[in-house]
Design a protein around this ligand. Structure first.
Ligand code: ITT
Length: 190
């Protein structure tokens, strides 16, 4: 089995990425904790490529990275690629977003997930993106998941991401859509 380093320091993401990749035929490895990549890109795709490529070069292995975030219509797509930098904790980030939307009736938003896979020499060989549209609630609801999950409501399921079982979130989420596409292409890579 070929090693594949999962290039994330976010435990919530890591758990979901491992679940998608468990039967993929790759030997998953964790990114060394001290290895941090600065996200200088202006798009999710650019940052996913940056992380995958840098981690591959630093470890000498194949690497997979996920760059994701929440884009709110009434905020012109913010926090977008700054989703992780919107506060120092999940609670702070959620509070800030809810404050910014406090007088706003348009609650439409989308979660975006870009994934990139790099060869050990840093070359990106696969990229994909998934989107899930939803609405931002006025207060958090549900205890599951991570990050912005408690305020992201999906009308088709009548649940927030945080109220879904991990299996349901995996099947309909932005990350789920990106991985469905990726997993079809993954076996042909090496
Ligand atoms: P890595 O770069 O190390 O992977 P990160 O947390 O910095 O970890 P990003 O730069 O991609 O990752 O930022 C993503 C932000 O969007 C972060 O605040 C997440 O909590 C949030 N996010 C991404 N996917 C999410 C999901 O499925 N549910 C809730 N929040 C999510």
């Amino acid at each position: 089995m070929t090693n594949l380093v999962v290039a994330t320091g976010n435990p919530g993401k890591l758990k979901e990425m491992q679940a998608y990749l468990i039967d993929s035929g790759w030997e998953l490895m964790l990114k060394p904790e001290e290895l941090e990549i600065e996200e200088t890109g202006e798009t999710f795709a650019a940052n996913a490529c940056l992380k995958a490529s840098q981690v591959a070069l630093a470890t000498g292995n194949w690497s997979i990275a996920d760059d994701s975030g929440l884009a709110v219509d009434a905020l012109n797509g913010r926090p977008g690629v700054y989703s992780a930098r919107y506060g120092n904790s999940d609670t702070e980030r959620i509070d800030r977003l809810l404050k910014e939307l406090s007088n706003q009736e348009n609650r439409q938003a989308k979660f975006v997930c870009a994934i990139a896979i790099s060869r050990p020499d840093g070359a990106i060989v696969l990229q994909t993106e998934g989107i899930c549209r939803g609405e931002i609630l006025y207060a958090p609801q549900g205890n599951g998941g991570f990050g912005y999950d408690p305020i992201f409501y999906v009308p088709e399921q009548n649940l927030t991401y945080a109220e879904m079982t991990p299996e349901m979130k995996r099947s309909i989420s932005h990350r789920g859509k990106a991985f469905t596409d990726l997993l079809q292409k993954l076996p042909n890579l090496q």
